[in-house]
Design a binder for this molecule. Sequence first.
Ligand code: BGC
Length: 815
Amino acid sequence: MAGTRTQADEAREAVVEAALAALDLDAKARLLSGQDMWTLPALPEIGLRSLVMSDGPIGVRGVRWTADDPSVALPSPTALAATWDPGLARRAGVLLAQEARRKGVHVLLAPTVNLHRSPLGGRHFEAYSEDPYLTGTIGAGYVNGVQSGGVGTTVKHFVANDAETDRFTVNNTVSERALRELYLAPFEIIVENAHPWGIMTAYNTVNGTTMSEHHYLVNEVLRGEWGFDGYNVSDWLAARSTKGAIEGGLDVAMPGPRTVYGEPLAQAVRDGDVAEAKVDDAVRNVLRLAARVGILQGAEPVVTEHPEAVDGIALAREIARRSFVLVRNEGALPLRPNGTVALIGAAARDARVLGGGSATVFPARIVSPLDGLTAALPEGALTYAVGADPNTELAVADKGFELRAVCRDAEGNVIGTGSTPNGQIQWMGSDLPEGVTHDTLHTVELTGTFTPRESGPHTFGIKGVGAFKLTIDGTTYYDDFQRPERDDPFITFFGAPVSRAQPELTAGEPVEVSLTHVVEFPEDIPLKAVAFTLTHQEPRRDPDELIAEAVEAARNADTAVVVVATTERVESEGFDRKDLTLPGRQDDLIRAVAAANPNTVVIVNSGSPVELPWREDVAAVLLSWFPGQEGGAALADVLTGAHEPGGRLPTTWGSLTDAPVSQVVPSNGELPYREGVFIGYRAWEKEGRTPSYPFGHGLGYTDWTYESVKVEGAVEGITVTVRVRNSGERAGREVVQVYVAPTEPDTDRPARLLAGFAGVEAGPGETVEAVVELPRRAFETWDETTNSWTSVKGSYEIQAARSISDRRLAATINV
Ligand code: BGC
């Protein structure tokens, strides 16, 4: 299924076999175990260089996790899916491969193709959609793009890692039918259409077996049925048992140096617990990957000529504006030329351009909505007010700080220094300042000055675990041991900062700042890491005063543009959301501004759905997702009408109480997927509920008339041709969606499924055809009695639609 072998594949296989035969058991076992956070060991005896992996998915971080080493930051995966454009996803992939090559990375730990099962899923922003077909199609475009640049991908997290609560241990119980029709489907589509060189198995358990040991799903389904021939890497720290993992088809245990592979694996073979042939299978998969990316001597890489260079800044901006979903527009957009604009919202100035967790990268620059609109509008047309600040949490120490890191040994001698542009230290493995080793390092001091922008009580805090001493302007505010807030090995990276000092400071007057951390390298953590952050928050203003100020600004402008956002505490990794409300006073702010100015436009800067209780009271609502580093420039493009917003919802947006599936908290370690195949729009339709905005919905700046639909061919190859006319006044792009609906009511099947889509462009008055091929799967279900796909005979409506609930034309066929 995953494609036949070419001559070049055969030649690479021969090199792989020869290399494998030249390795002894210890070397083979060593190759399967990470040597540090991101790499595998080199094996010079066979001419193998060290393989480097890096997150993914919106940028390539590289092996150093620091603002010193910036990366292009694209819009969130939800945004990429909202473009409904696999070609654009492919171009994103080509750029990411270029970034990976620039940073010496061979394999990208992306894309994330888990599904939006519950809107509360913490990493929702990092996955594409609630629909497996849309997810698989966008994912395939992305993988094809990355790999066309000679860089591998690891499609993750295989499988059913759709929420974060107790992610290391939760047992998701999922019917075989739901697995096949929903959760496995995107992986299957990608294996078939993009031939990925890697897969990452998830932390969680599925039906009683942890995914890093899942013989059935990995060896039988993924490799056996689908023909996947890439490598399988564990999620970070997910591999727990030597025998279970190797027999369950896990090739690489990350991170190292201490894992269940390496020395314990060689020993297990010597003890007769594990067959050496299993080790050989895994080594073969890793060597094949190495050959493909060009780090195995004698093997020609898959890509010998790299694609043309991509302008990352331009592409980030293009994807952002193509992803913005205009869900409501009562004539407020595009903005009137020469009108005045009151821009409001903390995120309009300090934009939230990406989600938290392992997907975080450090862009070299960020264009906020304030920057973007200032550049686009005539002088004097724009005012700015904070309105409401949802960031109750302290942020990294970047604005006004000048800090460096001083490393000392146990006697207090300085042994090295490092830079830290934002008060954040994340030194993993051997990534230490020059002259510093884990054996000699005792303390790291962040030291330097802070010059306040405003007078008043400034809050300073610490993110991290262990002993800390915080001194500001000569006063020591904290000298104690900070404990983790919950049990997750990545808590030092993704946990919340704790406030530890609140001195009164004066604007413009610098003070000395020092935060010292006593480093520790606990035995039970396989990787030596130094990770902590100095955090800070400006003096807080009275929330009512901020709203009043914004209302005043709105009253004096032709249009009020309010940017509302979630925070890092709402959308990140390692935890799920508790509700879908906008944090802080943002809902109050919108209501107050809308009451003062009927021309209020709301920009929702969140990676995943939030509730919009005021949506009928405002003139326009635009969802901007996490728009990446160029988000503000793209926003100006769309608000001014230089470009139309191109996005369509990849996921249903509705309130939490109405959401048919929301459970993310396991009980007694188990999370039953009781809803079976009914998630997302499948569930909303089954329950007969109306969401705020349906799947597939999104407005542009022109109108479309659906003129005709023609269906040709039999179930093996059905082609749907939809003629649409641009009946508006400007050029535009339409996403023509095709849904397949069984005409006989059947409560066991979704009322309709997305079976295909195509983007078309046309000038005013022009007619164009969208041609969509329907996959066979649209007419099949997984039969649990025969354990196979069966086509369901009968009559179907083929519906051409603007969204799942705005269906314009239909034709009936019998299969
Ligand atoms: C995440 C993965 C990521 C890995 C390495 C894990 O915690 O679940 O998505 O690739 O860390 O950063």
